[in-house]
Design a protein around this ligand. Sequence first.
Ligand code: DQA
Length: 146
Amino acid sequence: MPKHVLVLNGPNLNMLGIREPKTYGSQTLGDIEAMCKAEGKRLKLSVECRQTNREGELVEWIQGAYGKVDGIVINPAGYSHTSVAIRDAISAVAIPTIEVHLSNIHAREEFRHFSYVSAVAVGVICGLGAAGYRLALEALAERLGD
Ligand code: DQA
């Protein structure tokens, strides 16, 4: 059975391609999800991608992953900097989770420097654009083994 990985994207990431391309790149969320699927195939992972603008939905998806999902890649977007609830959900399910940001949040406004999620993630990738998702999947595949 291939390992199952959930790729979760938070609010406003459905606007990629239109949204501040200088900061977030010109790829759409569809492009990034297609890349994640292709990378999943290469790494023999089963990859499922979801996006929502709602915090509670992210919490429910993380809770629902318990016992079903082997790893999570998450870009919590704006909720990174505000959501104790998403952090608690990741802690609760204890599924290895990698946090990804397209932009380098440390080189931006101060309010983006802190992420509630980082301390409960196994690792954080930021500032590498869409490649961050690919690298996160590679790291999870290595961590999860066959
Ligand atoms: C982001 C960075 C966040 O600060 C911002 O709110 C986002 C996207 C990123 O991918 O660079 O929506 O998570």
